[in-house]
Design a protein around this ligand. Structure first.
Ligand SMILES: Nc1ncnc2c1ncn2[C@@H]1O[C@H](COP(=O)(O)OP(=O)(O)O)[C@@H](O)[C@H]1O
Ligand SMILES: [Mg+2]
Length: 254
C-alpha cells in the first residue's frame, strides 16, 4: 500500500500522515513514512526525539556526489540520471516507535533547464520506495505528487487530498486532481479537516460535489497540542483517532 497525502499548506496533511502512520504501525504493518515537504515537520509530529537534527537526503552532499557524480546545486554537465539507491533506505531512515522515516528535503525547481543531481537522487529514491519495497509507504507531500516524476506518481495507490472549510484549499484540491489526472492517477480521496460546524461540512460537500469524501475530522484542541508537541499522538481526542482509524480501514491493503 502506497499512500500520498497532499493539499494546501496548513490544512492538516502532516497531522493526517502521522496519525495514519501510527495507526497502521499499531495494526501490525511495517510503515515507512516519507516527508516530501520542503519544510519537513513529520518527524516532530511523529514524536521523534531530536527531530530538528535529522538531515534531509537532499542535503547529504557526499551521498549525492557518490551516487550521481555531482554535488547538490551543481548543474554539472553530466551526472547519473539513474543513481544506485536500493541500499539507501536501510542506511538512512530513522526509526521511532516502530515507524521508519525518511526526510527528503528540498527539490530544486527545474526552471531554466537546471536539473540538479539531488533531484535525480530523490526521484530515483522515491521511485524505488514506491515500486520495489513492500512496506506500507505514507508520503507527506507539499502539494501534488507529480514533482517526484510521472512514473513515480503512478505507483501511488491512493492519493488523499486534505481540505479545510475555505476556498483556498478547495481550489488546491481541484488543481491537484487535474495534475494527478494528467499522469493517469485517478484514485483520489478527500479528507475534510478542521470542521467546526454542520455548515463547514455542507460548504465542502457543495464546493466539491464530485469528489469522494472519506472522513470529516473536527477542529480539536488536542490536535493543536499534539502539533505543538505538548501531548503525544496517543493523547489525542479518541473521536479524532477513531475517525482516522475509519479512514485507514478504507484504504487498499495490498
Ligand atoms: N483537526 C484539527 N484541529 C485543530 N488544529 C488542527 C487540526 N488539524 C491540524 N491542525 C493544526 O493546523 C496546523 C497545520 O497542520 P499540519 O498538519 O502541519 O498541516 P500541513 O502539513 O498540511 O501544513 C497545525 O498547527 C496543526 O496542529
Ligand atoms: Mg506539513
Amino acid at each position: 500500500m502506497k499512500i500520498a497525502v497532499s493539499g494546501k499548506g496548513g490544512v492538516g496533511k502532516t497531522m493526517l500522515a502521522s496519525l495514519l502512520s501510527t495507526i497502521l504501525s499499531q495494526s501490525g504493518y511495517t510503515v515507512l513514512a516519507i516527508d516530501g515537504d520542503p519544510n519537513p515537520t513529520l518527524a516532530t509530529a511523529l514524536g521523534f526525539p531530536d527531530a530538528e537534527k535529522i538531515t534531509p537526503i537532499s542535503e547529504m552532499g557526499d551521498l549525492i556526489e557518490e551516487r550521481t557524480g555531482a554535488r547538490p546545486g551543481q548543474s554539472a554537465p553530466y551526472f547519473k540520471l539513474n543513481p544506485k539507491v536500493d541500499d539507501i533506505p536501510e542506511r538512512y531512515w530513522v526509526e521511532h516507535n516502530g515507524i521508519r522515516l525518511m526526510v527528503m528535503g528540498r527539490l530544486k525547481k527545474g526552471g531554466s533547464g537546471c536539473y540538479c543531481p539531488e533531484n535525480a537522487l530523490l526521484e530515483a529514491l522515491v521511485a524505488h520506495l514506491l515500486l520495489n519495497r513492500d512496506e506500507v509507504v505514507i508520503m507527506d507531500m507539499e502539494a501534488g505528487v507529480e514533482h517526484f516524476g510521472r512514473a513515480t506518481a503512478k505507483a501511488v495507490d491512493e492519493l488523499i487530498v486534505v481540505v479545510e472549510p475555505g476556498k483556498g484549499s478547495v481550489e488546491t484540491a481541484f488543481r491537484i486532481r487535474e495534475l494527478a489526472g494528467d499522469i493517469g492517477l485517478e484514485s483520489i480521496k478527500v479528507v475534510a479537516n478542521k470542521i467546526r460546524s454542520e455548515g463547514d461540512r455542507e460548504f465542502l460537500l457543495a464546493s466539491m460535489p464530485d469528489f469522494e469524501f472519506v472522513g470529516f475530522i473536527p477542529y480539536d484542541q488536542s490536535v493543536i497540542e499534539a502539533g505543538q508537541g505538548i501531548i503525544p499522538l496517543s493523547g489525542l481526542n479518541p473521536e479524532v483517532i477513531g475517525l482516522v482509524k475509519d479512514i485507514a480501514a478504507g484504504l487498499p491493503k495490498d
